[in-house]
Design a protein around this ligand. Structure first.
Ligand code: ZN
Ligand code: ZN
Length: 218
């Protein structure tokens, strides 16, 4: 994959939150996967990481309540989400390295479940308020028309799709929120595989997807 074909990147606020470690696990994974595929966002992240480090150093020492260390350690002890980190680009395979850790291998290890109309999904084991799934959209097929109650990050891993916003190819990421209604349609000629992370259920506009929604956990 050549990074110079990526035209849709992460927002500053996502990179900052990733650098600060405040994203839910599903978003963290999606950001890590994009950064692994994208030189430009990896460089921008480096800048945010050094700003964050400088801020920490500038804090100096503050008087702390005696039990604050204990309280902090106790909080760390609570099983928090795993925080996948971006790595250098994977040498081979469709799935970037942070994603392969979740799947237990590359595409051949994905356990797809049909969701109708030829579309398949595999929900990934992430903790916290957001969920992540791999989506397999056959060439020319569409994800039903929907809106968003929160934020949806969609990272293209293979193939491409188009919606009312733009055309998204390998490595591109779409950030959708409450303002956007869309019907992503996979390009003719290649099946499209995406990683999608959402922090709230989608708003499907037609009856059948709405009916199936609880079972699909989407
Ligand atoms: Zn990027
Ligand atoms: Zn969407």
């Amino acid at each position: 994959m050549t990074e110079d074909t990526i035209t849709h990147h992460l927002t500053d606020s996502l990179l900052m939150a990733y650098s600060a470690g405040t994203l839910p696990e599903a978003f963290n994974l999606t950001v890590a996967a994009h950064i692994t595929m994208c030189d430009e966002c990896r460089a921008r992240l480096g800048a945010f990481d050094s700003v964050g480090g400088a801020l920490m150093e500038g804090c100096g020492s503050a008087a702390l309540a005696e039990d604050s260390l204990k309280a902090t350690l106790a909080r760390i002890d609570v099983a928090g989400p795993r925080l996948p980190r971006a790595t250098a680009p994977a040498p081979r395979g469709v799935l970037p390295a942070p994603l392969q850790d979740y799947v237990g291998g590359d595409l051949e290890a994905v356990r797809w479940r049909p969701v109708g109309m030829g579309v398949k999904q595999a929900i990934l084991p992430t903790a916290g308020p957001a969920s992540a799934r791999l989506l397999y959209i056959p060439a020319g097929a569409a994800v039903p028309d929907h809106g968003h109650r929160g934020t949806e990050l969609t990272l293209v891993l293979q193939g491409a799709f188009e919606d009312s916003v733009a055309h998204f190819g390998p490595g591109d990421i779409e950030v959708a929120n409450e303002d956007l209604d869309h019907t992503p349609v996979a390009d003719i000629g290649a099946d499209c595989i995406c990683l999608a992370a959402t922090d709230a259920p989608l708003k499907f506009h037609s009856f059948l997807p709405r009916l199936a929604q609880p079972f699909l956990r989407i």
